[in-house]
Design a protein around this ligand. Structure first.
Ligand code: SF4
Length: 253
């Protein structure tokens, strides 16, 4: 229990521990070093993989959660084939949406979520045109999107970064998150949601949409191709000297 302050006779409130990753300049420097090291490996600037309008990108992002790209891509095409436009999804029966996206993980949860999110967008804007987000600051645009139930930090960043809005937001997927944790950019208990603000804060404020997109892509690609979930291939990683999790080669006796 904290000691009583002898001057005032009161018990001071407990001190808050500093957030483990609060904008440490050394981590910002390290994040830049990692970016510089990985960019030539994965070929920055990396072409954008989508040119979807914001609502389409939002649906694509909701479908992609815990699902392989090929499956979520198929489900997205099936939705577009079944419904003439996103307005039509608002009035659709959930089983009809669910049938179209059957190949993704948790279609029974994603079908009502997609319908409800599109409906909420239409109710808030009157239309399904999100072009106005481009006139907002990134954080304000993210907050606007995240006020809608079902849209979290990853989805809001994906909509702003990957869609035709091309705004400077940093999405963090599970590969990006795992690699950042192993490299020590975020602590072992920092979840994907809070990781967004920490990792964005380590990168220069003036970075362009392409710079931030590249940063996300190179860390994601590194997670997919080298820093695997089960057996990271540290022996062929270009970051071993920057990585506290690097597995040292076993010495011959
Ligand atoms: S050294 Fe190993 S653990 Fe660290 S980033 Fe590279 S592959 Fe991942």
């Amino acid at each position: 229990m904290p000691a009583t302050d002898l001057r005032t006779g009161t018990v001071p409130p407990p001190r808050r521990k500093a957030a483990p990753n609060a904008m440490d300049p050394a981590l910002a420097e390290k994040a830049l070093a990692i970016h510089a090291r990985l960019c030539p490996v994965y070929g920055c600037p990396i072409p954008y993989f989508h040119s979807l309008d914001p609502v389409s990108e939002l649906v694509s992002s909701l479908l992609s959660h815990r699902t392989r790209n090929a499956e979520s891509g198929r489900a997205f095409k099936a939705l577009r084939a079944r419904f003439p436009d996103w307005e039509a999804v608002i009035d659709a029966d959930v089983p009809e949406i669910e049938a179209a996206i059957a190949g993704v993980t948790w279609p029974e949860l994603k079908a009502p979520r997609i319908r409800d999110v599109i409906r909420a967008l239409r109710d808030r804007c009157g239309t399904l045109d999100l072009a106005f987000l481009a006139d907002m600051e990134v954080e304000a645009a993210r907050a606007w999107l995240q006020a809608i139930p079902g849209i979290g930090p990853k989805t809001s960043a994906a909509v702003l970064s990957f869609s035709t809005l091309r705004m400077p937001a940093l999405p963090v997927d599970s590969h990006h998150h795992r690699v950042a944790q192993r490299l020590g950019l975020i602590g072992p208990r920092v979840d994907v949601g809070p990781a967004h603000a920490i990792l964005r804060g380590q990168l220069p404020a003036a970075w362009s949409a392409q710079d931030l997109y590249d940063n996300h892509e190179i860390l994601m690609l590194h997670g997919q191709q080298v820093c695997h979930h089960h057996r990271p291939a540290c022996g062929r990683c270009v970051l071993t000297d920057l990585c506290p999790s690097a597995k040292r080669p076993v010495r011959e006796p």
